[in-house]
Ligand binder design. Structure first.
Ligand code: COA
Length: 333
């Protein structure tokens, strides 16, 4: 392998997309035995966005989010040499969403592939894209995190269906000659031993024996809420603490902690244990629910557009989710 000159990776633009249809807790009250009060108290969610399955899905949301990120970067699809789409709800197993998005944005013949890391889809894609640029093999990469969990939800299962919404977030990464620019730290981890806490079975034989007493609907998300809650609170805190220790940064040095929006109680528990002020760990879960791979990218884009973080600021992006997976990415914007 030829030696590569060290380089940095600049975040040149971000974009996001959500479907226009709003599903409020009051709508869910009419669909199942639940209340707005129960959902708000246990999760912090008031409403979420839901795709119209006839016209919308992860292809359209991912395409629109990346098109907006390219606009902000002042670039065209043809400027990209790779597109990575983090999703666990692609419309098709083949081709990948990334290939269809590349074609729609005139990015051909850029390399394109989907990446499955559940709620970590955006952070994993960001880290893989960043690493491939630093390797010297690619110069500009479009990364997307997108999920349409409404397509994998059993609306008869009230403990799961209330949590999720649909969204996409995207970023355009470009090579920069300054090695200190852009991503200054990243980590990705997984522990597949806990996979049965959060999974979407396609065949009955994949459903573990102790989960068979509950009705099985293939293609729909099954979740052990209490297990996931415990995993998320601990991993979230450890992942943020590791990112701070690994970079030598203190909470004061960080403009924004951009966290996967899983459940307000999970975010608040970890935030309080680490001692991060609430204005540095913003939430949008009240309006968008848990949008899985879409959530961190959506929030990052909203914060940049709202002027909450910008050039020169440091942001810490963290996520955790099915797999089980967890990841961090620290950027100097
Ligand atoms: N409305 C009303 N009652 C509900 C309900 C709903 N939507 N969903 C569950 N309940 C009931 C349960 O049936 C149970 O009733 P019971 O005591 O009569 O058996 C009761 O509420 C408590 O259920 P429990 O599952 O213990 O609630 P909880 O406090 O753990 O909250 C979650 C459930 C799903 C909100 C919570 O476990 C959670 O957020 N887990 C993490 C999920 C997550 O973040 N997943 C994505 C990770 S990326």
């Amino acid at each position: 392998m030829s030696a590569v000159s060290p380089c940095g990776v600049r975040l040149a633009g971000t974009g996001s997309a959500v479907p226009p249809r709003v599903l409020h807790n009051r709508d869910l009250e009419r669909m199942m035995d639940t209340t707005d009060e129960w959902i708000t108290q246990r999760t912090g969610i008031r409403e979420r966005r839901i795709c119209d399955p006839r016209t919308e899905g992860t292809f359209t949301l991912g395409r629109d989010a990346l098109a907006r990120a390219l606009d902000e970067a002042g670039m065209k699809g043809s400027d990209l040499d790779l597109i990575i789409c983090g999703t666990c709800t692609p419309e098709m197993a083949c081709p990948s969403n990334a290939c269809r998005i590349a074609a729609a944005l005139d990015a051909t013949p850029a390399a394109a592939f989907d990446l499955t890391a559940a709620c970590c889809g955006f952070v994993y894609s960001l880290n893989v894209g960043e690493s491939l640029i630093r390797s010297g093999r690619f110069r500009s990469v479009g990364v997307i995190g997108v999920d349409a969990m409404s397509t994998a939800i059993d609306y008869d299962d009230r403990s799961v269906s209330i949590l999720f919404g649909d969204a996409a977030g995207a970023a355009v990464l470009v090579r920069d000659d300054d090695p200190g620019k852009g991503c200054i730290y990243q980590r990705m981890h997984a522990d597949g031993r806990g996979w049965a806490s959060l999974y979407i079975p396609r065949r009955e034989q994949e459903v573990p024996a102790d989960d068979r007493e509950n009705p099985i609907r293939l293609g729909c998300l099954r979740m052990n809420g209490r297990e996931v809650f415990k995993f998320a609170v601990n991993r979230f805190r450890e992942t943020v603490e590791d990112a701070l220790a690994g970079t030598g940064l203190s909470v004061d040095d960080v403009a924004q902690f951009v966290c996967h929006q899983s459940n307000l109680r999970i975010i608040e528990a970890a935030r309080e244990r680490i001692g991060i002020p609430s204005e540095k760990m913003p939430v949008n879960i009240d309006r968008f629910g848990n949008s899985s791979a879409g959530s961190a990218g959506l929030l990052l884009d909203q914060l940049r557009k709202d002027g909450k973080c910008g050039a020169g600021d440091t942001v810490v992006v963290v996520a955790f989710g099915g797999g089980m997976t967890w990841a961090s990415s620290v950027w100097r914007l």
